[in-house]
Design a protein around this ligand. Structure first.
Ligand SMILES: Cc1ncc(COP(=O)(O)O)c(C=O)c1O
Length: 390
C-alpha cells in the first residue's frame, strides 16, 4: 500500500495498541453490567471505578468528580446546558468566546433561542481573548463562562487560569468551564491550577477510543443531567456505562501523562520545523494563531496561503499521500471561511485558504520533509490555474 503521511492529529489520533490491549478484556470477559449485584459485575465495576480513579489522579481531582460521557461534544453540552438548566432561577446569562468548537457555540446558540443572554468574547489577531472584556461582561446574572484551553484550528492557548480568577472575583457563584479537548494529553492539566469548575476531555485526541470523553465537575456546581434515566455517573449521565471506553480513556491519559515530556518535545520540534520552514518554502504563506510558540499547542502549525482555496490544497496533498485539514474537521467541505479565522479578522479570501497541520507522537522528520517537498509545487500549480484570484 502507498505510504501515507498523517498530519491531522487534532482531528483524531490512531489508538495506541497498549490502549486497545487494556480495553479488550472489557469486551471479551468483563462484559457484565457494572451496576448489577452479582459476581460477574464486579470486574466490570472495578474496571470502571479504576478508570475513574486514574483519570482523577491525572487531572488532580477526586474520582467522584469525573463523569464519563460519549465524547467531547457531549461533555461540552452537559457543562453548558446542564449548568444553565440548574441555574434558571439565579441567572439568565452565559459567556463564551467567538472561537469555541461548535459543540460549545451551538449549545450557547440554543440557549439564546430559549431566551438566555449570551456574550461572545472577541479575540485578537492571534486568537487571544481580552481579560478586560471578560471582566466587563460578567454580571450577577451570569451562570457559566466557557473558554477553551487550546483552540482546535490555530492552536492558541487561552489564559484560562487568569480568566477563572477574573470571573470568580466578579461573581463567585458563576461556574467556569473549559473545553480542554485539544490540550489534555499534550499539556499538563490540573483543575485546581486552572481554577475551573468544569473541564471537558475526549479520549480520541490522545490515542484513546472515539465516542468516549469525560467531564470534570467540581463539587457543589449546580448541574442537571441532559440524558435522563438510570442513576449512573453520579446521576449526571444515565445509561449503562461504556466500561471498555472508560478503561481506554484512562489508559490513554495515563500513558500521555507518563510520556508527556518526550511526546511534547517531539511534537514541538516537528511543529517548529513547519513554522520555520514552510513560510520559506511557499511564497505568500502566513502563519495563523499565536506567534509566541509557548502560547500555542506544541502540535499545531496552521497557515493561510494567498491566492488558493484551502480545499484544493487538501486535495492536492491527499493525492500526494498526505492527510491534513483546512481547519476544524467539521467546517471542512463548507465554503464558509472558518468562524475562528473570521473572529481573528483574517480577510475572507485568505481565511478560505487555511491549512492546519497537526503532528503527533508517530510523526517523523521524513513526513515533514515530504510535506515540504510537495506543498510549494501544489500551491504554485493551483495559483497558475486561477491567476485572477490573486
Ligand atoms: C476543542 C474541541 N472541542 C470539542 C470537540 C468535540 O469532541 P468529540 O469529537 O469527541 O465530540 C473537539 C473535536 O474536534 C474539539 O477539537
Amino acid at each position: 500500500m502507498e505510504r501515507r503521511t498523517y498530519l491531522d492529529h487534532a482531528a483524531t489520533t490512531r489508538p495506541d495498541p497498549r490502549v486497545i490491549e487494556a480495553m479488550l478484556p472489557y469486551y471479551a470477559d468483563h462484559w457484565a453490567n457494572p451496576s448489577s449485584v452479582y459476581v460477574e459485575a464486579q470486574a466490570a465495576r472495578r474496571g470502571l471505578e479504576g478508570a475513574r480513579r486514574s483519570v482523577a489522579a491525572c487531572i488532580g481531582c477526586q474520582p467522584e468528580e469525573v463523569v464519563f460521557t460519549g465524547g467531547g461534544s457531549e461533555a461540552d453540552n452537559l457543562a453548558i446546558r446542564g449548568v444553565a438548566e440548574a441555574s434558571r432561577r439565579r441567572g439568565d446569562h452565559v459567556i463564551t468566546t467567538r472561537i469555541e468548537h461548535h459543540a460549545v457555540l451551538h449549545a450557547c446558540e440554543r440557549l439564546e433561542r430559549e431566551g438566555w443572554r449570551v456574550t461572545y468574547l472577541d479575540v485578537d489577531s492571534e486568537g487571544f481573548i481580552d481579560l478586560q472584556q471578560l471582566e466587563r461582561a460578567v454580571d450577577d446574572r451570569t451562570v457559566v463562562v466557557s473558554i477553551m484551553l487550546a483552540n482546535n484550528e490555530v492552536g492558541t492557548l487561552e489564559p484560562v487560569a487568569e480568566a477563572a480568577r477574573v470571573v470568580k472575583r466578579a461573581n463567585p457563584r458563576c461556574a467556569v468551564h473549559t473545553d480542554a479537548v485539544q490540550a489534555v494529553g499534550l499539556l499538563p492539566v490540573n483543575v485546581d491550577d486552572l481554577g475551573v469548575d468544569l473541564l471537558t476531555m475526549a479520549a480520541h485526541k490522545f490515542y484513546g477510543p472515539k465516542g468516549v470523553g469525560a467531564l470534570y465537575v467540581r463539587p457543589r456546581t449546580p448541574i442537571q443531567p441532559l440524558i435522563l434515566g438510570g442513576s449512573q455517573e453520579q446521576r449526571l449521565r444515565a445509561g449503562t456505562e461504556n466500561v471498555a471506553g472508560a478503561v481506554g480513556l484512562a489508559t490513554a491519559l495515563q500513558l500521555a501523562s507518563d510520556e508527556m515530556p518526550s511526546r511534547a518535545a517531539h511534537c514541538r520540534r516537528l511543529r517548529d520545523r513547519l513554522l520555520d520552514e514552510l513560510p520559506r518554502a511557499v511564497t505568500g504563506a502566513h502563519i495563523t494563531g499565536s506567534r509566541d510558540r509557548d502560547r500555542r499547542l506544541p502540535s499545531n502549525a496552521s497557515f493561510c496561503f494567498e491566492g488558493v482555496e484551502g480545499e484544493s490544497v487538501l486535495l492536492q496533498l491527499d493525492l500526494a499521500g498526505i492527510a491534513a485539514s483546512s481547519g476544524s474537521a467539521c467546517t471542512t467541505g463548507s465554503l464558509e471561511p472558518s468562524h475562528v479565522l473570521t473572529a481573528m479578522r483574517v480577510p475572507p479570501e485568505l481565511a478560505r485558504s487555511s491549512l492546519r497541520l497537526t503532528v503527533g507522537r508517530e510523526s517523523t522528520d521524513e513526513e515533514i520533509d515530504r510535506l515540504l517537498a510537495v506543498l510549494p509545487g501544489a500551491v504554485e500549480r493551483l495559483r497558475a490555474l486561477a491567476p485572477t484570484s490573486r
